[in-house]
Every structure is written in structure tokens, then in C-alpha cells.
Design a protein around this ligand. Structure first.
Ligand code: ZN
Length: 265
């Protein structure tokens, strides 16, 4: 930002010299020509040679960030300067390159190095890409990459759910009980077991009897990141995953009995 400002000021002051502006403007460095000249060195400087990308492919991928890094300048910058600027944007640049790679080369045609690069730099795109990348990592028999994606998802996905999928281990069970990553569909019974729901409700009977009573009489509850809630008390956190859980007749019966035994104490 600071760089851009300075150059704008420079441009203004040069414009003050009457008539000089036009000829000065023609002297701006053409970033696309510069990219042709520096392409191989930029690839080396960003440590991306191992991806073995064709010259054309790499040019298309790096073009926008390169032009931004050059800026509007009248003196030709050294390649080292541009590479430093690009490297300064760190993960953001690598995530951008990963996204571009995905647009350019189909997953099944990527080399192992290219596929690894995409997985390691999927960043915020993990929500939308986890299922595709998971399937591809399975096809390539790369449990290490699945492990990496799983910890990324479980730590940082805004779609991580209160329930871990028994098949893939991602916290990706959606409100319809299907897994967003591997497609497994949980049964209601399995969800309840996974959450230790009955134990949680039994605890609630003594800690929060009013809410417990409401759950038993309405026959259902909501389950979100804060645990079980009676329908009237549940507030869906914005974007948070939650489940509507229906109690069976048998479960209601069991909970009613528990409640009356607590009352008799
Ligand atoms: Zn799954």
C-alpha cells in the first residue's frame, strides 16, 4: 500500500512539470514483458521448480501477483526485489497458486508433487474442496495427505461439526447426518451413541430439570456445539452446525422414569 501511495505522489509531482507528463508515462515498465524475462528466475525464487509446470502454465498462474508486485514503476526492478515482494505475501500467495493450479490442471492429471502442493495450500478453500481432495487422496493411497486435511478441517473449517464421522474422522457430519467429506450417512441411533446423548440428558435431569422436562415432553431436542438444548431454548449460532434429534418412545420412557425417581429423593 505504502509503495502505491508513494508512486501516486511521484506521478502527481511529475505531472506538475508542464508537458513532461506524457513522455514520462511512456516510460513505465511493462510488467508483462518483464514477466517473460524473469519467469524462470521467479519460479526458482519461489521454490516452485519442483512442480514441473510448463512455462505457459506457470506464466498464467503467476501473472496477476507478479504484475501487482511490480507495481507502476519507471525503473526496471531487480528480479530479487519482485521475488521478495511475492514471498512476503506468504501463505496467501501459495493458496492463490494452489487455487489457480486446480483451475488449470484436472486433479487426476496432476503429478504427485502438484497434488501435494494443492492439499498443503488449500487454506480457506478446505470447506468446498475437502470432499474432492479426500477422494483423490484415497485414490492415490495417500493417508498422510488425508491426515493433514483432517487436522486442517478439524481445527479451522467453519463447517466443522460437533460430531466426528466414524468413517473418515473429519468433524463433518452435517445437519442431515451425512458427512460433507466422505459421504457417509449416519443413522440417528449412531448419532445418539456418538454424542453419548442419554448420559448427557441424565446429567441434565439434575443440573437443569426444567430444560430436561421440556425435552422429555416435547420428544425432541437440538444438539449444537454447546450440547443438547430444549427446543424453546435453542439458539442456532450463526453458521454453526446443529442437529434436530428425535427421541424414541423407549428413550422418553427411560428419561421419564429417571425424572420421577429423582423427584422422589
Ligand atoms: Zn466422513
Amino acid at each position: 500500500m505504502a509503495r502505491k501511495k508513494r508512486e501516486e505522489e511521484e506521478e502527481e509531482s511529475s505531472g506538475e512539470e508542464a508537458g513532461a507528463k506524457k513522455s514520462k508515462k511512456e516510460k513505465y515498465v511493462d510488467p508483462e514483458k518483464l514477466l517473460e524475462e524473469y519467469l524462470e528466475e521467479v519460479k526458482l525464487g519461489l521454490n516452485l521448480s519442483y512442480l514441473n509446470l510448463d512455462r505457459d502454465v506457470f506464466r498464467d498462474i503467476i501473472k496477476e501477483p507478479f504484475i501487482a508486485a511490480v507495481g507502476q514503476v519507471k525503473t526496471k526492478p531487480k528480479v530479487r526485489t519482485i521475488v521478495n515482494r511475492l514471498n512476503a505475501s506468504g501463505d496467501a500467495l501459495l493458496e492463490y497458486i494452489a487455487a489457480k493450479l486446480l483451475q488449470t490442471i484436472s486433479l487426476s492429471k496432476m503429478s504427485d508433487e502438484q497434488f501435494e502442493f494443492v492439499v498443503y495450500h488449500v487454506g480457506k478453500l478446505v470447506n468446498e474442496l475437502a470432499a474432492t481432495l479426500y477422494a483423490e487422496a484415497k485414490r492415490r493411497n495417500r493417508p498422510d495427505l488425508i491426515d493433514f486435511m483432517r487436522s486442517l478441517w478439524n481445527q479451522s473449517s467453519s463447517l466443522r461439526s460437533p460430531v466426528t464421522c466414524p468413517k473418515c474422522g473429519f468433524r463433518a457430519i452435517m445437519p442431515d447426518l451425512s458427512c460433507k467429506v466422505c459421504g457417509y450417512v449416519m443413522q440417528m441411533r449412531e448419532l445418539k451413541d456418538n454424542l453419548h446423548l442419554m448420559e448427557q440428558l441424565k446429567d441434565m435431569a439434575s443440573t437443569n430439570p426444567e430444560e430436561f422436562k421440556e425435552i422429555v415432553s416435547s420428544g425432541y431436542l437440538f444438539y449444537g456445539s454447546l450440547g443438547p438444548s430444549a427446543p424453546s431454548r435453542f439458539k442456532a449460532e450463526s453458521g454453526g452446525i446443529y442437529y434436530e434429534v428425535i427421541l424414541t418412545a423407549q428413550e422418553k420412557d427411560q428419561l421419564r422414569k429417571l425424572y420421577s425417581s429423582l423427584q422422589q429423593r
